[in-house]
Design a protein around this ligand. Structure first.
Ligand code: IPM
Ligand code: MG
Length: 367
């Protein structure tokens, strides 16, 4: 009997619904061809829903009951959250933040892979030079604690929000990164922090050194975040797996997304290993492009690929990745920027490529 996965969907704001629509076409194709079933539960949360239910006067962000139900799924596919009609950060923190922090999704996995030299803004860099994974801690740091304002608006105002790290939180992300490094040919792991200025990062220095003793095969290295940004642009080929804190991981993965060709392709997994996890494109909601069918859904399709991998559908996951890679290497792709191909056309092209991949493997089997 084939497996049935329970998938929750939060299409969210802006271009979210459009890119998710194409991602779900790929999921459907995968289910049909790799023999699994799935059910979808669509949740309406995002800025429109918040406004429709009252906005500032008690609008719903992510009610606890729905939040608990969403976590009973095997995975959640998220489009994008963020809209200028809501106060800055309110819906982001209430939907993505809540899922990550209260849902215990402690790994934010962000692969950065260049599929074709044409998409790289760096001179003389090719796909061999850009193939890395950033492991971003996802439940701690400056993100999770509420800000504190003393004398708000006054001349002596003080605003603060702690960068706080626990041993348990630090150790589990570092351990995950070592395990991941072990699965990769180069077995390299870089710790990125700012321990020279933020002395609280000493916890990363110490825990990394301790865990490293258990993985003698992994070649370890260290860089401060400022230098890591510089190296990523100058020598991306030096990166294999890197582990870093939540805030730095957020920043450096936007840089990484550019190195791999832009926000149109960069995907991420918010993972609690073996448990309910969330998959999403790294990009935002692009409010101005809403409903225009111009957004590039490849990042969401890559997120579906990561979700398939997480669910254990390894063949389907590999096929999606291979299809995206082959498509982005093909001359028919004019560019990755929004509007060069419509959102629907991107979905069509990925599905065609998946079909082609199936036909090629069938031909190889019968020859
Ligand atoms: C990301 C985003 C979020 C973050 C925002 C939307 C809160 O930039 O997933 O990288 O900062 O984590
Ligand atoms: Mg970000």
């Amino acid at each position: 009997m084939s497996k049935t996965y329970k998938i929750a969907v939060v299409a969210g704001d802006g271009i979210g619904p459009e890119v998710v629509r194409e991602g779900l076409r790929v999921l459907k194709f995968a289910a049909e061809h790799w023999g699994f079933d799935y059910s979808l539960t669509e949740y309406p949360y995002g800025t429109d829903h918040w406004l429709a239910t009252g906005g500032e006067n008690g609008g719903e962000i992510f009610p606890d009951e729905a939040f608990a139900a969403a976590q009973q799924h095997d995975a959640l596919l998220l489009g994008a959250i963020g809209d200028p009609r809501a106060p800055v950060g309110l819906i982001e923190r209430g939907v993505i933040g809540k899922l990550r922090w209260e849902g215990g999704l402690y790994i934010n996995l962000r692969p950065i892979r260049l599929y074709d030299s044409r998409w790289c803004p760096l001179k003389d860099k090719s796909p061999q030079d850009v193939d890395m994974v950033i492991v971003r801690e996802n439940t701690e740091d400056a993100y999770v604690f509420p800000p504190e304002f003393v004398d708000k608006g006054g001349p002596n105002e003080i605003a603060s929000q702690p960068m706080r790290y626990t041993r348990a939180g630090t150790e589990r992300v570092i351990r995950y990164a070592f395990e991941l490094a072990m699965t990769r040919p180069r077995k390299q792991l870089l710790l990125i922090d700012k321990a020279n200025a933020v002395r609280a990062h000493d916890i990363y220095t110490r825990v990394f050194a301790e865990v490293a003793k258990e993985y003698p095969e992994v070649k370890t290295d260290h860089a401060y975040i400022d230098a890591a940004c510089m190296w990523m642009v100058k020598n991306p080929e030096w990166f294999d797996v890197a582990v870093t804190t939540n805030l730095f991981g957020d920043i450096i993965t936007d840089l990484g997304a550019m190195v791999q060709g832009g926000m149109g392709v960069a995907a991420s997994g918010n993972i609690n290993p073996g448990k309910f996890s969330l998959f999403e494109p790294i990009h935002g909601s692009m409010p101005k492009a809403t409903g225009k069918n111009t957004a590039n859904p490849v990042a969401t399709i890559n997120a579906v690929g990561m979700m398939l991998d997480h669910l254990g559908e390894k063949q389907a996951a590999a096929a999606v990745e291979a299809a995206v890679a082959a498509l982005l290497q093909s001359p028919k792709v004019k560019g990755l920027k929004a509007g060069l191909h419509s959102t629907t056309e991107w979905g069509d092209m990925v599905l065609e490529q998946l079909q082609l991949g199936l036909a090629t493997s069938a031909a190889a089997l019968s020859s």
